[in-house]
Each structure stands twice: as structure tokens, then as C-alpha cells.
Design a protein around this ligand. Structure first.
Ligand code: NAD
Length: 263
């Protein structure tokens, strides 16, 4: 018996078996959820289909979140195959690589800023809007992935910082809006994890090393750590939690000075 038995989950953001979305999909499948996955483009299709096989997912659909017609098509197909949706996971983020290094002020462009906001923040609202009729009245749960760079400044994260800040504010507005229908909305603020998206951030290796040293748990987190927290937040054990940003970062966000430097 799993804590997500009889729940149906759409997970957006699997690109490889290193994706945070994959950690969440595996953990949710282990806890009994039925999983649907999406892939951004044809290049990623085979890899996502392989992941789908592992978690027993029979629904694998194309979805580029910048295309309204893709969003509509995904939920039309889900409605055809399923009678409702209990969980929606949004693990999508993007900004042009050349804006993820160096000076924030000098390197941020109008187009790059808009792209980061559109793909990394607005898309969560767009998915919620399309999912709303399928989730209403089911004690459903929406979950997104954010990063500390949305709360505080750090090197290289640059234009993704304001995008994550917008995403986190959207979590609160979505929770406020959807709460009366019984739908909860939360985010996990994950510590740095080596994934395809993370490889676009300048000096990512240094970030990993610094975090592992400074975090109270003295290690980096894994997609499995995030997956377990995702299961909790989307399960009935979290029935009273909404509008929340939960840090799954080994405690890094809670320290002001790294103890490792004093040892
Ligand atoms: P990833 O590269 O595995 O996943 C990013 C996903 O975004 C990919 O599946 C990609 O296909 C998808 N995507 C990008 N543009 C898209 C579009 N237009 N339409 C549909 N999908 C699109 O990397 P990840 O690190 O697992 O990222 C997942 C989420 O976790 C992101 O929001 C990221 O910002 C966040 N996050 C990552 C870290 C980290 O260190 N890796 C830390 C905190 C938060």
C-alpha cells in the first residue's frame, strides 16, 4: 500500500534519468500513483519513454510549455484517458545560457528576461489553468521546483533569480485562488543538483562544492531527497499545507556562515 494509491499524477519536466522530475516520478510511482509524463521535443522523446517504462507510465505526451496549443492538447488527452487529475508537478526552467554567467546587469536582455519568466514562471500558471477543471474537488495538489536564487542573490544565477521569485509569488497567488476548490499549491526549493538545466549555470561545480560544505547536513541533496518531499507534499499527509516553499537543501538556506570554515 502506498500513500499515493489511487492518485493520478502528471509530471512535466523529465529530460533524463538525472532530472529532478524523474526523482519525483519514481518516488510517486513507488507510492502507488499512476503517472503521465511529457517530453519537450522529439530529441527528448526516447529518453522520456524509457523513464516512462520504468515507472509503468502508459501516458507520454509532447509538451512545449511556450505553446498554448500543446498545453490544451495535453489536458484534452488526459481527460480522454483519465476521469480526473490529482497531482500536477511542474519541474521546468529555462533561461538563455549566455545570461547565466557574469554580470546580471550587463548580461540580462529584455528577450532573455521575458523567456525566463515565460518558461520558468508563467508556464506553471498556464498548466494550473488548463488542469483546473480536472482537479477541482479532488483534494488535488500542484507542485513546482524553485531555488534559493529566487530569495537571495548569488553569482551566475542572474536572470533565473527574478524568474524564481515570480514563480514563488505565483505559488502563493495560485494557492489563494485554488484553495476554496480543495486544491493545494506548493514549491520545493531544492539545493543544487547536477542535471541538464544546471549545467547551463556558470561555475555550477563550485556551487555544488560550496553547498556540500556549508549545509548543516554536509552533503548535497539528490533527486531522491526531492522525490520523497514531493510525495509528502502531494499526499494527504500534507492536507493542511498550501502556499508553502519547502527547502530541500540539506539546510543550506538556514545558515549565515559555513561551519565548515570554523572546523
Ligand atoms: P532538467 O534539465 O532535468 O529539467 C528541466 C526541464 O525543463 C527539462 O525536462 C526540459 O525539457 C524542461 N523545459 C525547458 N523548457 C521547456 C519548454 N519550453 N517546454 C517544456 N519543457 C521545458 O533539470 P532540473 O534541474 O531537473 O530542473 C527541473 C526544475 O528544478 C527547474 O525548474 C529548475 O530550475 C529546478 N531546480 C533545479 C535545481 C538544480 O540544481 N538542478 C535546483 C533547484 C531547482
Amino acid at each position: 500500500m502506498g500513500v499515493l494509491d489511487n492518485k493520478r499524477a502528471l509530471i512535466v519536466g523529465v529530460a533524463s534519468n538525472r532530472s529532478i522530475a524523474w526523482g519525483i516520478a519514481e518516488a510517486m510511482a513507488q507510492q502507488g500513483a499512476e503517472i503521465a509524463l511529457t517530453y519537450q521535443n522529439e530529441k527528448l522523446k526516447t529518453r522520456v519513454e524509457q523513464c516512462a517504462e520504468v515507472c509503468g507510465s502508459k501516458v507520454v505526451l509532447p509538451l512545449d510549455v511556450t505553446r498554448d496549443e500543446d498545453v490544451e492538447a495535453v489536458f484534452a488527452e488526459l481527460e480522454r484517458q483519465w476521469d480526473g487529475l490529482d497531482i500536477l508537478v511542474h519541474a521546468v526552467g529555462f533561461a538563455p545560457r549566455e545570461e547565466l554567467a557574469g554580470s546580471f546587469v550587463d548580461n540580462t536582455t529584455r528577450a532573455g528576461f521575458a523567456t525566463a519568466q515565460d518558461i520558468s514562471a508563467y508556464s506553471f500558471v498556464a498548466l494550473a489553468k488548463a488542469a483546473r477543471p480536472l482537479m477541482r474537488g479532488r483534494n488535488g495538489s500542484l507542485l513546482t521546483l524553485t531555488y534559493l536564487g529566487g530569495e537571495r542573490a548569488l553569482p551566475n544565477y542572474n536572470v533565473m533569480g527574478p524568474a524564481k521569485a515570480a514563480l514563488e509569488a505565483s505559488v502563493r497567488y495560485m494557492a489563494y485562488d485554488l484553495g476554496p476548490e480543495g486544491t493545494r499549491v506548493n514549491a520545493i526549493s531544492a539545493g543544487p543538483i547536477r542535471t541538464l538545466a544546471a549545467s547551463g549555470i556558470g561555475d555550477f561545480r563550485k556551487m555544488l562544492d560550496y553547498n556540500a560544505q556549508a549545509a548543516p547536513l554536509r552533503r548535497n541533496v539528490t533527486p531522491e531527497d526531492v522525490g520523497k518531499a514531493g510525495v509528502f507534499l502531494c499526499s494527504d499527509f500534507a492536507s493542511g499545507i498550501t502556499g508553502e516553499i519547502v527547502h530541500v537543501d540539506g539546510g543550506f538556506h538556514s545558515v549565515a556562515l559555513s561551519g565548515a570554515e570554523f572546523e
